[in-house]
Design a protein around this ligand. Structure first.
Ligand SMILES: Nc1ncnc2c1ncn2[C@@H]1O[C@H](COP(=O)(O)OP(=O)(O)OP(=O)(O)O)[C@@H](O)[C@H]1O
Length: 261
């Protein structure tokens, strides 16, 4: 479903992604883990047509995002770190707007909105404005909205950032259920190792723009001789704090993200 070969992205002097190669099979839940500034968001942006690679190749469902951006965009849904719901609209109106943008026929829009809002336990609140929702409800609505046009792939970039443990747990239960029932391929990033261990079939660990290990949670633990994914992650990426070495612009981005939650 996703094939990436020797993918590289540089920003001037900075090499954000340095020749990564991996594949995600249809129906898989694949987690992309790495310390701050490792290159996760840059990779997602290249996969989702928002950034052009400096070199290397990507295919999404057999298509190159650089040459077929519109066809590729129809094949995925995405939930970014920064929320993008319209808070003055109701849950249903937010869904409908997305459906119109993606040219989903009205009948399908209505049916799918009901299915997805029910699945994400939001149907009872469909006519309430989003500004009255909790953080967890908003995030669930974003995911439901991202699935309205029946994409084959769902990209989730730190979808649980800023949520309490209950909401995080509930969100992953829904994502797993959805993966099981609709077979949607999920590509996610998270900083919570327990979440990755619970939901992902396979994991790639990226550090300084390079993939340092890939495999099932079990394989990563075996490779590193550790007992938890968190220990495996630290064994592979070291224990130095990246925010200290990150540039001030990077730190500002992190702060801005946290404050927006
Ligand atoms: N537009 C840009 N211009 C210059 N440098 C950038 C740009 N975007 C990202 N970078 C740099 O590329 C590197 C990778 O950043 P990226 O946001 O992909 O990391 P990340 O793994 O998503 O980190 P985080 O976990 O903090 O979100 C960082 O050093 C970052 O400062």
């Amino acid at each position: 479903m996703i094939r990436v070969h020797e993918l590289t992205k540089t920003f001037g002097e900075v090499t954000a992604v340095a020749g990564i190669t991996f594949a995600v099979e249809p129906g898989e839940i694949f987690a992309f883990l790495g310390p701050n500034g490792a290159g996760k968001t840059t990779t997602i942006q290249m996969l989702t047509t928002l950034l052009r690679p400096t070199s290397g190749s990507i295919t999404i469902d057999g298509l190159d995002p650089a040459t077929h951006p519109l066809e590729v965009r129809r094949r995925f849904g995405i939930v970014f770190q920064d929320p993008s719901l319209d808070h003055d609209l109701t849950a249903r109106e937010n869904m409908d707007l997305h459906g119109v943008l993606y040219h989903v026929p009205r009948k399908v829009r209505v049916e799918r909105t009901q299915t997805l809002l029910t699945l994400f336990e939001l149907w009872d609140r469909r006519n309430d404005r989003v500004k009255t929702f909790s953080g967890g409800m908003k995030r669930r609505l974003e995911i439901a909205r991202g699935l309205l046009h029946t994409p084959k792939i769902l990209f989730l970039d730190e979808p649980t950032l800023g949520l309490d443990p209950q909401s995080r747990n509930q969100l992953w239960t829904h994502v797993k259920h959805l993966n099981g029932t609709e077979g949607v391929t999920v590509f996610l990033t998270t900083h919570y190792m327990d979440e990755a261990e619970r939901v992902a079939g396979r994991i790639a660990i990226i550090d300084h723009g390079r993939i340092v290990a890939q495999g099932s949670p079990q394989e990563l633990k075996q490779q590193t001789g550790t007992e938890s994914l968190e220990q495996a992650f630290l064994a592979l990426t070291g224990t130095s704090i990246r925010d200290e070495s990150a540039g001030s612009a990077d730190q500002m981005r992190q702060m801005a993200r946290m404050w927006r939650k």
